[in-house]
Design a protein around this ligand. Sequence first.
Ligand code: ADP
Ligand code: MG
Length: 465
Amino acid sequence: MGLSAEVNPASLSAEELWQRCLEVIQNNFGSNPAPIRTFLSAVHPLSLNEGVLTLRVPSQFFYEYIEEHFSRLIVRTLRRLLGPQARLEYHVMTAAEAAPMRLPSQELPPPTVFPGLRTGQPFPTNLNPKYTFENFIEGECNRLARSAGMTVAQRPGQTAFNPLFIYGEVGQGKTHLAHAIGNYARLLHPEKVLLYLTSERFTQEYTEAVRNKKVSDFLQRLQSIDLLIVDDIQFLVGKPATQDMFFHIFNHLHQKSRQIVITADTPPSELRGMEERIISRFAWGLAAPLYPPDYETRLAILRFKLRQEGIDIPEDILVYLAENVQSHVRDLEGVVIQLLAETSIRRRELSLNLAREIVSRFKPMRHRAITVENILKVVSNYFKIHVDELTGKSRRKEVAYARHLAVYLARKHTRHALKALGEYFGGRDHSTILHSCQWVQEMLHLNQELNRHVQDLERILLRAS
Ligand code: ADP
Ligand code: MG
């Protein structure tokens, strides 16, 4: 196109240069450039310095994607305009830069309060800076665990939440929350010593220490820690020697009021194959669940992740996705990635049809949303109580109990307003419905049996629909 003939390279700004690159990219990507334009509109030319154009991109995904698909075109354009030394560089935005989103309740201090003050840490923390509270979306499903996590990060070892035991099924955010606690504590308490370990890593390091006759070094290191995070403790099951070592360290840290954070895929009482004395130690602190995300939280997470990737999505598509991808937060992320890939790599229009297609690709995902009828049927089967009784007037204890659970599940898994739910449950008014929900919500933390009933029912519901 002879671009070089008409410009004086010295006079180009980063903006102008980037505009040129965009033109070239669009000319090269054929008939339907709109999705690429959308994609690239999230990219900003940051600076042009001595032939180096720096692009600010919203996330790692963008960086990799641009590298793979556009960088050759961009660099070719740069060289044509600026000369053979021209180069392309990226600045990947942090989560805070990318999505300066207000959290609904607790405020975090700005991350610049303690610049370079760190003194305590004699070995790597193993913390992944990518997982923070800023990008851990709060919702009904994680409220207790999240706020307890923030509390222990603020005052490690100084609260009743010791240990803080976080449990939930795979993909519900245990690892994210575990790192977030560590990262936040590191920010607030630069003098403290922190360590994040998976229980496999713990086992590995201990086994190695035994082999190399370095057990006392290992012990010394772990006992010096102010905040110890052990992820996926269930993998210590069936390893009695490692459990013994863990027990020893746990007691030492706890006695010295050091903070311990543990995650697992079940509540402590259900850690089968774990020594009883260890399980009873876990009960000293707080066990906080992470439940599958409810509709509101799914919506918030999708919105957040899409915004992070710089994607503008019509509300109806967002709602469709939040309604139909219900099992794991991880699947929500999968959807975002696929959406990005389809609209940018394959250059397809962001439509409801595309959303449907993507949803259907996720095997564990459901094509049908859970309905109140489903819930009534499942609860009825589970407790052997007729649906008519559940929606009727009976005040028998078992019936009222099952009804409370059904109402709670309906509120959590469908989008009906309280008033509409009242209709489903035999014309009850909205405050009765609300009361049931609140009662169950509270009991989830206090009553293990009820907690198990809810989990069982949810498992059945997710499988059935
Ligand atoms: P687990 O350890 O329970 O299997 P992860 O912590 O690995 O789950 O979470 C799976 C993915 O979902 C991660 O990428 C994590 O960042 C994301 N995720 C989970 N919960 C949330 C949340 N509340 N807000 C934002 N992202 C979340
Ligand atoms: Mg995990």
